[in-house]
Design a protein around this ligand. Structure first.
Ligand SMILES: [Fe+2]
Ligand SMILES: [Fe+2]
Length: 287
């Protein structure tokens, strides 16, 4: 093979800088990114396809007995639950692709390339499921505001913090709750997969945020506390929101929702502390 040993046509024409930079990137100071790369590998290993779900073998959502009215009411409630999850994953596509574009570090870009694919696949699965369940219902305006706050945050540190540290961690418990009341359905199967995926997203987000906050300044600490305070009222409103389709669910559920919200917010604060943040300025107002 002429030219292979000495680099051939490449050897003469390749700019010396390119080789130099590649070698440098491998050698220097990238240990901090080891965890991010670990989540990148994990994300690739755990990738699944929408066709892997038990379509046609299991009912899409729980089937109920009773009068046609109560069956219709139940179905509308499930359509509303699915619609919120579809909406959440569509917004997650926007947020993940923004992170892929913005992140300056190659390790983070690799990881975010898998997350963009994950969120797109989640969206595809919810679209198929909500169609099988009879179509979409009302959008949650608070969820749109949550995404807007994250997309419009000034810095990468704030975006990773709001989306992946907060939002994605807190959604995992929602998947478990939905799965528990939807035994033996495609919905339960999907929620299990999403809990795993968002566990990886959250883990990767924490790992990257740790790198980003290695030399945390007072100013950045304040920016993150302010970002959390901007997001929290919408987060609470989202958690307690009752669309028309779910208005009939009684007040007993409401007090449980408030309790769950309180636990979620406390968890969010502990996560922030574990990143080395001084969270004394965070205002936990629960309606
Ligand atoms: Fe997702
Ligand atoms: Fe996610």
């Amino acid at each position: 093979m002429p030219g292979a040993a000495d680099g051939g046509a490449w050897g003469d024409n390749a700019p010396a800088m390119a080789t130099g930079q590649l070698i440098e990137m491998k050698d220097e100071g990238r240990e901090a990114f080891a965890d991010v790369l670990r989540f990148y590998e994990l994300a690739k290993r755990r990738e699944w396809q929408v066709r892997d779900l038990p379509w046609g073998e299991l009912p899409p959502i729980p089937e109920t007995k009773g009068s046609p009215q109560s069956q219709a009411r139940r179905r509308d409630m499930w359509r509303s639950v699915l619609t919120q999850q579809l909406q959440a994953d569509m917004l997650a596509c926007d947020m993940a692709s923004q992170l892929l574009n913005m992140a300056p570090d190659v390790e983070a870009k690799l990881y975010y390339s898998t997350m963009v694919q994950d969120e797109s696949r989640h969206t595809e699965a919810w679209l198929k499921l909500v169609t099988e369940a009879g179509g979409t219902a009302e959008r949650d305006p608070h969820l749109d505001k949550l995404a807007k706050t994250t997309l419009e945050a000034d810095t990468l540190e704030e975006k990773v913090f709001l989306m992946q540290v907060f939002y994605e961690r807190l959604i995992i418990s929602r998947f478990r709750l939905i799965a528990r009341s939807a035994r033996g359905t495609v919905l339960e199967d999907l929620c299990g997969r999403l809990a795993t995926d968002d566990g990886i997203h959250h883990g990767a987000g924490m790992a990257y945020e740790r790198v980003l906050l290695q030399n945390l300044s007072k100013k950045m600490n304040q920016k993150l506390v302010d970002a959390a305070n901007r997001l929290l009222p919408d987060f609470a409103a989202h958690a307690l929101w009752r669309p028309r389709e779910r208005a009939w669910i009684g007040r007993a559920m409401e007090s449980r929702d408030v309790e769950r919200l309180r636990e979620d917010l406390e968890l969010g604060v502990r996560l922030a502390e574990s990143l080395g943040l001084d969270v004394s300025g965070v205002e936990l107002k629960i309606p």
